[in-house]
Design a protein around this ligand. Structure first.
Ligand code: ARG
Length: 718
């Protein structure tokens, strides 16, 4: 007990007086200790307890993770959920058809009965609490263990912690490593699986600017959509049922209509997916020269082949729209990272820090523990550069070719189904059939043939600095360099995965022999097995690297050579705070201060009939008449997007931007391309978050779409 108190006091004394604002993705449980004073100075009016409390309801109860990969917030006492357009995109595409194309035209439910429930899973995850389990977990490991032994020991302990906290399945519990496995925390969540679409603007607004404007400021995108969480009559999670009722949330966000100005306090709570702020120089170098160029090229190959078909009809466009958008998003991001990391010489900056660390690590008192750290890290990168290029080509093949990925998806489900006994099979049958139907809804055979053939051609041409998958080498020889088109055509025609009827017939009469000999299944498994296999030399280097990276982070913190006080993002709830902040004036933005954009600016970008810059006629008319309703800014214009200097990344999409009172002022949806190195190194000068102004959101709903019923549910404050 005494020891604990002493170390607590020491911890407080070691704390710098004021932490850096803007940079940092902070844990809610440490806000009081690490950030609260600084936040107050900047304009926060809430107590730490009002942000995160285990016993009372607090801000955190209004923040959810949306469908695994995004963030959303509760904005009414009837479970209304606000997130990005691009987060709801997949669900909206699923609910659309060529005849009733709500993705294209938009949709607003006139009452609750008109809300739409998508078939494929859509869930929101509430955060209940978190705690530190570092001591408990790390007491199970020792430095003489191999990484595999260590992982096993940790996994055993994690399973116990998850069981202890799940309350018999009521909660989902995750234990996650932080600071490269130097700390562990558990997170308790509650998932709700009946989530329905309430409304979405037309794609021309929700994705205004398309891929051209994606990651770019000045921006004019209405990137939002709305859903509602349903629960059983007692407020508990329940599978979809017409009898479910809107969830009564513990907390929901009031909406502030006053607007923002330069230097106003702004904070964001959400689920950032992944950053690599601790990544060694060798890793950055590998990404810039080997991994990301292959990613960019593989993504583009998939995109070009999807696009050919998307242009053929509205129905085909809907089949691939969502996959295309997510591929394009990271295609542009990775090219932006290559450019920014090269331009700023980020790897060099890191190498300088590592040289300093290495000198410290080789002092007599540190050598035994840290002496080999930098050597082992660099060794791993130098022998895996070509493998990382190779793996990225394959990864993009798996991502863009549903057929190439069949071994891990539908094919794998059929394998489990086939191997199961009769009772288990009967229980699985409906799910397997659903998965099959979904697969064929999401694919179009001629497009699948082209995507897979193009990806194999690219793979053979560009990935060969590392040994290629043996089956592909053999086939390429047999093709005599003619490309994979004819081969893929033949394979797909023979495969049962070429038609829903064939898969359905298989489900009636499953046969292991037939599955194991299905040529597409064989091809996909070959690629995947090759992707996961590695030489003994690489396996050994990887083992040493993993241990060394963990020690690097421990040593950087111990020596104070590394000065990052927060752990890398890993899809756990974080808070980032900063302020509304402009970028240097930009000729392309006619707003008086380059921290917001206006409806007039949007109209200036308008191109009639254009795939990316079209707008509904009504927007043009209303802009002309300055028909901004009650949502105009004091300056007389309608603000569309604005900038803050918060620290976010992918996964934060849809996060609430809050003022000092915890009221909603915007929805975060993007970053700026100049700061694309941000996931590796935060740039205080350039890094910005791009947000939709909440007043524009309400204007779209109430004034443009006439869905005042939805705005009336919210609590509006000035
Ligand atoms: N860049 C945004 C993000 O990663 C996604 C924007 C989606 N829009 C698009 N045009 N693809 O959160």
């Amino acid at each position: 007990m005494k020891k604990i108190i002493l170390s607590l006091i020491a911890g407080i004394l070691l704390m710098p007086m004021s932490m850096k604002a803007d940079e940092g993705m902070w844990f809610l449980m440490f806000i009081e200790r690490l950030n609260h004073r600084d936040m107050q100075k900047m304009g926060l009016q809430l107590t730490a307890e009002e942000i995160y409390s285990i016993n009372h309801h607090s801000l955190k109860d209004a923040i959810v993770q949306f469908n695994g990969g995004c963030t959303a917030e509760i904005v009414s006492k009837e479970g209304l959920v606000l997130t990005n357009h691009h987060c709801g995109y997949d669900a909206v595409a699923e609910l659309s058809s060529a005849n009733d194309n709500i993705l294209k035209n938009g949709f607003w439910a006139k009452d609750k009965a008109a809300e739409k429930h998508p078939e494929t899973s859509l869930f929101v995850r509430f955060f209940v609490r978190m705690d530190d389990v570092s001591k408990r977990i790390l007491s199970k490991v020792n430095p003489s263990m191999t990484e595999a032994e260590r992982e096993k020991a940790i996994a055993t302990e994690i399973a116990l912690i998850e069981k202890e906290n799940s309350e018999g399945g009521k909660y989902t519990v995750n234990v996650r490593p932080f600071f490269q496995g130097n700390e562990y925390y558990y997170f308790v969540y509650q998932d709700y699986r009946d989530v329905r679409l309430v409304g979405v603007p037309s794609e021309s607004i929700g994705k205004f600017g398309g891929d051209t404007d994606n990651w770019v400021w000045p921006r004019h995108t209405g990137d939002f959509s709305m859903f509602r969480v349903y629960a059983d009559k007692d407020g508990n999670p329940a599978a979809y049922s017409p009898n479910n009722v809107p969830l009564k949330p513990k907390h929901y966000l009031p909406v502030n209509l006053s607007g923002v100005k330069e230097n106003d306090f702004a904070m964001i709570l959400g689920y950032p997916g992944r950053t690599n702020r601790w990544m060694p120089a060798g890793g950055i170098e590998q990404n810039v020269k080997f991994a990301y160029p292959a990613w960019v090229e593989g993504a583009k190959t998939g995109m070009d082949n999807m696009k050919k078909y998307m242009e053929q009809s509205e129905a085909l466009n809907l089949v691939y729209a969502s996959k295309y958008a997510s591929t394009a998003n990271y295609w542009k991001n990775r090219q932006g990272m290559i450019d920014a990391l090269s331009k700023f010489g980020t790897a060099k900056t890191k190498a300088v820090q590592e040289a300093k660390f290495n000198a410290w690590a080789n002092k007599a008192e540190n050598k035994a523990k840290y002496g080999n750290v930098v050597t082992n890290i660099n060794k791993f990168y130098s022998i895996t550069n070509e493998k990382s290029r190779h793996d990225n080509y394959l990864q993009q093949l798996f991502r863009t070719s549903a057929s190439g990925n069949i071994g891990r998806t539908l094919g794998r489900s059929l394998d489990v189904y086939t191997k199961a006994d009769a009772t288990k099979r009967a229980a699985m049958k409906a799910d397997v059939l659903d998965a099959a139907e979904q697969f064929f809804k999401d694919t179009y055979l001629p497009a699948e043939k082209d995507i897979l053939a193009a990806q194999l051609d690219l793979y053979v041409a560009k990935a060969k600095g590392y040994p290629l998958a043996p089956s592909i080498v053999k086939l390429n020889g047999e093709n005599k360099g003619q490309g994979f088109k004819n081969y893929v055509d033949a394979v797909m025609n023979m495969s049962m995965f070429s038609s829903l009827d064939r898969v359905k017939a298989f489900v009636e009469y499953p046969s292991q022999g037939m599955l194991d000999n299905d040529p597409l299944y064989v091809l996909s498994n070959d690629l995947f097995n090759h992707f996961t296999s590695k030489s003994d030399e690489i396996a050994k280097a990887q083992n040493d690297y993993t241990a060394a990276f963990r020690l690097l982070v421990e040593g950087l913190r111990e020596s104070k050579i590394g000065d990052i006080k927060y752990p890398d993002a890993n899809s756990t709830l974080r808070l980032t705070y900063g302020k509304v902040r402009s970028l240097p004036a930009d000729k392309k933005n006619d707003a008086k201060i380059n921290n917001y954009t206006t409806l007039d600016g949007q109209v200036k970008k308008y191109k009639k009939g254009d795939e990316e810059f079209d707008l509904p006629v009504k927007v043009l008319e209303m802009a002309k008449n300055k028909d901004y309703g009650r949502f105009a800014d004091k300056d007389g214009s309608l603000h569309v997007n604005f900038l803050t200097d918060n620290d976010i990344t992918g996964g934060n999409s849809g996060s609430p931007v809050l003022n000092g009172k915890g009221e909603l002022i915007g929805v975060a949806f993007d970053g700026n391309i100049e700061a694309m190195a941000g996931d590796v190194i935060f740039d205080k000068k350039l890094q910005r978050t791009i947000n939709v102004d909440i007043r524009y959101v309400l204007w779209i709903i109430e004034n443009l779409s006439g869905a005042k019923n939805i705005v009336d549910e919210m609590t509006l404050v000035k």
